[in-house]
Write a protein that binds this ligand. Structure first.
Ligand SMILES: Nc1ncnc2c1ncn2[C@@H]1O[C@H](COP(=O)(O)OP(=O)(O)O)[C@@H](O)[C@H]1O
Ligand SMILES: [Mg+2]
Length: 386
């Protein structure tokens, strides 16, 4: 059980069952306590027995502070920072030293170019698959898909260079893009499987804040590849563990996932799964929330406006933690998540919320609604000073 805080009326603890895989949404206006609550959830998950693996996707760069105690006077939880790209260029030396003093492990992660489909490469470079640049790009990737050992950006450059069907100007334009992608130091054909690295004894924080928000959906690309990598590994493990079916008294028993359950916490989730527009991460995350429960994959999405999250994903949520909302449109979007068992509409509950950290919990699993004060953090919240 995760203890989120106390009920505003009864003062009893408000809990959430985390013994099985779940999809949760945390919403609220800016400054209402979403990131703080995400931190509380991460602390609670970390303390579960047995503990799941926890991976926080951090587009703002505020979760490494969980390595400190709430008042920053001592140590908090063991944090491992996953850095897409080169840490020594991503952080100034004093910050890296600070991480070291706090015991934060900084680990570089890279992506395999071969994990991206020809279409996804085009989308990444914002190329239409129906125009010469996109066609040539897709052809170059396609020509390498049979390479069993995977391929590097250098191999892609060679493929473009030696494409007999592409014109020189097309080649030049693609080579420019590939050279830019090389400069991010993000790709590596030999990139290790992330699943092997995630363990329950640390909090893993994927720091997307170091990636330029505007550059070709780089953040979405990273999350897409991380999510796909983990989903594939968990799904495959589950498939392998299924047969032979265990029969007890003639009834099939559903075997647990052979892997440690994994919770993916995504702050500012609308960056990755916006309603009405596509991102590279969207498909991977939709698959995660729709098909992830059986293999043991959970997800918590925090976003300012519930209406800005993809509705397909939102409909998969089995619990909602709604902080204060004032904007009419956001209130209406949240209100659509009202449930029959609630007594009155969600907007009525939301109206009674006061300061930051107060929230309405709508829990489909127990068909329960509670108004709560989210508990204080044990670790430092990095969001307040931003
Ligand atoms: N449960 C809480 N208890 C006490 N203070 C809180 C709580 N939740 C949020 N706050 C305060 O509100 C501020 C904003 O919260 P934050 O989670 O950063 O907002 P946002 O919704 O924008 O992510 C925090 O810096 C903190 O001071
Ligand atoms: Mg926030």
């Amino acid at each position: 059980m995760l203890t989120l805080g106390h009920d505003l009326k009864t003062h009893q603890p408000v809990t959430l069952d985390a013994s099985r895989a779940r999809v949760l949404c945390v919403c609220g206006k800016r400054g209402s306590g979403k990131s703080y609550t995400l931190g509380v959830l991460a602390e609670e998950l970390f303390q579960q027995q047995p503990a799941p693996c926890v991976l926080i996707v951090d587009p703002v760069g505020i979760f490494w502070t969980m390595a400190q105690s709430a008042d920053a006077s001592g140590h908090g939880l063991p944090v491992q920072l996953l850095v897409p790209g080169e840490p020594t260029t991503a952080y100034p030396p004093p910050l890296l030293e600070h991480f070291q003093r706090l015991g934060i492990t900084v680990e570089r992660i890279t992506l395999r170019p071969s994990d991206l489909s020809p279409d996804a490469w085009c989308e990444f470079f914002a190329l239409s698959v129906n125009e010469p640049l996109g066609i040539a790009m897709a052809r170059a990737v396609q020509s390498l898909t049979d390479v069993v050992t995977g391929f590097d950006l250098g191999d892609l450059e060679d493929a473009v260079q030696h494409d007999p069907l592409a014109q020189d100007r097309t080649k030049e334009a693609l080579l420019n893009r590939l050279s830019m992608a090389k400069s991010w130091k993000l790709f590596d054909a030999q990139s290790a499987d992330l699943t092997q690295r995630l363990t329950p004894d640390r909090l893993f924080v994927l720091d997307c804040s170091i990636l330029d928000y505007g550059t070709h959906g780089l953040r979405s690309l990273v999350l897409a590849m991380v999510a796909r990598n983990l989903f594939t590994a968990y799904h495959a493990a589950r498939q392998q563990a299924l047969p032979p079916k265990i029969l007890v008294g003639g009834q099939a028993v559903v075997t647990d996932s052979p892997r440690t359950p994994l919770w993916l916490l995504i702050d500012e989730a609308h960056q990755f799964i916006p309603q009405g527009s596509s991102t590279l991460a969207k498909d991977a995350l939709i698959r995660w929330v729709k098909e992830g429960r059986q293999p043991g994959l959970s997800c918590i999405l925090a976003s300012q406006q519930p209406g800005s999250l993809d509705q397909d994903v939102l409909s998969q949520c089995d619990a909602l933690i709604a902080h204060k909302l004032t904007n009419l449109e956001d209130l209406q979007a949240a209100n659509r998540l009202s449930q029959a068992y609630m007594g009155s509409e969600l907007k009525v509950y939301l109206r009674h919320l006061k300061g930051p950290g107060q929230a309405v919990l709508v829990d489909d699993a127990r068909e329960r609604v509670a108004m709560l004060q989210v508990r204080l953090r044990l670790t430092r919240h990095g969001g307040g000073e931003l």
